[in-house]
Design a protein around this ligand. Sequence first.
Ligand code: 3HC
Ligand code: NAI
Length: 702
Amino acid sequence: MTPANPVRYDRESEIALIEIDNPPVNALSAAVRRGLSDAVAHFATDAGARIAVICCAGRTFIAGADISEFGKPPVEPFLPDVIDAIEASDKPIVAALHGTVLGGGLEVALGAHARVAVPGTRLGLPEVTLGLLPGAGGTQRLPRAVGLEAAIDMVTSGRQIGADEALRMKLIDALADGTDPRAAGIAHARRLLSEGAAGRRLSDVAAPTVDPQVVESWRGKVAKASRGQVAPLRALDTIAEGLALPFAEGVAVERRAFMDLMQTPERAAMIHAFFSERRAAQQDDLKGVTPREVNRIGVIGGGTMGQGIAASALAAGLDVTLIERDTAAAAKAAAGVAAMQDGAVKRGKLSAADRDAMMADRFRAVTDYAALGDADLVIEAVFESMDVKREVFATLDGICRPGAVLATNTSYLDVNEIAAATGRPQDVIGLHFFSPANVMRLMEIVVADRTAPDVVATAFNLAKRMGKIGVRAGVCDGFIGNRIMSAYRAAADHMVLDGASPYQVDRAVADFGFPMGPYQVGDLAGLDIGYANRQRKAATRDPRERVPVLADRLAEGGRLGRKTGRGYYIYDNQSPQGRPDPQMGTMLDGIRAELGITPRDFTDDEIRSRYMAAMVNEGAKILDEGIAARASDIDVVLLHGYGFPRGKGGPMHWADAQGLGTIAADIARYAEDDPYFWQAAPLLARLAESGGRFADLGKDAQ
Ligand code: 3HC
Ligand code: NAI
């Protein structure tokens, strides 16, 4: 193999081995496509070779097209042509699969005449998660292999399936015993030769019948699950339309759809999200810094967050000691953690035996802090009170071994002040998990003034190990996510005071693509949290700041949201998901009259514009202040912690796509009503002035 050719051609007696070696994930770059195409041509003329095996070196079979090439001019040979050449081969070709066989990778495998996988292989067509659809025959070959509905399910959801399921579906022909894909491929090729079998071309297989009723029923499901995204429905139509045509025409339909989707803002947004998630972990200042070793962790406080953090850490293979205030609370926390593991068993994510071993050997809930003496890292998740947190950290300072990392899960509080309760502020950091912590993938890594670099590196390592996306944040009230949420919540509250109803705001925001509006979120989280936070800050509040009187009235009246059956909405047997309160209008009229506000109408568009402008403006302030290092980090936080629609890429990407001048002009208009709240971020004003974009800031550093 020369560096220029990442595809090796070898022979083992009558078996040709075509091995792709393009780390890290064997993506189908132009060089791989060229190498594969040449290898297949060589196999055709290699008289001694009767069968070929396509396999991959490294950790995975081909994980798809090379995403970094998207949006650039296409380079020959094109993938559909390479796959057609594989399929057209007169001599059989076996695909030997391992790792994650995704997108174009699975399409290559579907072009082969037989497929064998090693145990643990995962297969999928994730193109819709990038705003695309399979563009190299996948929508037409997959249904011919697995049937219409199974194919629709895989293509429109992008979900990965395991090797066992793939075998049951007949997506693969065999599951190997060993773990070596090359050996598995050779063994399968030998078997085919000895049986005189040649596998089959999927393009020759009759297409499954397309029942329009089946397609219609999927349309409903897909529309609901994809929340306004274009690609999944287009994928469904492409499957149905293509299968009604001869194979070659079906593939042409697919190609047109793929090219169309390549031009959409949704595709650009979703690929931005993909790379932003990976970029978040790249920290130039941590290059060469060795993270501290973490095996045993402590969790203090076994409430909502402590339980979720403990469950997530256990799933990552860590040893967990949870500390509660008394034995009853410890037992309750342990039961909560156990219930989460039971849930994992039910969902097939964990075996019952592994759960039992994990709970017996690696987990304990106790009351004595002394049990944390040998912990490598402790995460505090007690009440959101500075006094309580400082007391906990002072205790930890006296108990934990030197070098242990001391982390707080605070949502808003000053991590510097918490660190100052110890004699080792260099070991203190914020690890802000999101609720439910065993499900949500975001973790804000809050770096305080004196946090040591190797503690930051340890936090990023821990995030990866726990399957989380760590995003670095600086210290401020609410860090990245909650600070931005406070801003757009305030914009919504102002509109409600001025004439909109909370229900209209929720609807307008959901129409943008959020799974819920701010008032539904508030009811879910509990209105007491925000109320307590406002009380804490009341004494220092600027008199020009508008108070969300409705939120205060609800909380003071014991309407705390879902948990009390009433908040902005009413929750009961009749409407477990909540229904509008018919008294809301009267309540709001009363509040407006008290405040001397003459209500006015808001269009849904204005609601969305104000909501988004508040989000982007606060994001720009956060970026300018260095609380977030990159605009893309802010996007990752909103995407993974606050339900921002992935098809729009995150608020900063969305703002760039709108043009920052438009948003700055909106803010200037809104400032005429409320100059205190609508102060344009200087960075936004500068970029709007110069025609710049958030994405180009610090490009070299990114
Ligand atoms: N193209 C280019 N780069 C890719 C890539 C791809 N398809 N997949 C992964 N990478 C890069 C990542 O950006 C990352 O780079 P970095 O180290 O510089 O940040 C590196 O490979 C490793 O990736 P991960 O950190 O994600 O590694 P994991 O082990 O956690 O995950 C994976 C591996 C499951 C393969 C995951 O990377 C993944 O899901 N990749 C995307 C797969 C995908 O969407 N494929 C479909 C592409 S579209 C297509 O095929 C169109 C076709 O139908 C024509
Ligand atoms: P919670 O009230 O559900 O749980 C707190 C637990 O801490 C209680 O079980 C309590 O008994 C225990 N506790 C209190 N003082 C203790 C002490 N000195 N030693 C041992 N245990 C003690 O609270 P929740 O929601 O779990 O929040 C915990 C922290 O996580 C807070 O700082 C909160 O701001 C933060 N957070 C909360 C999120 C949420 O959505 N609930 C999201 C992200 C962060």
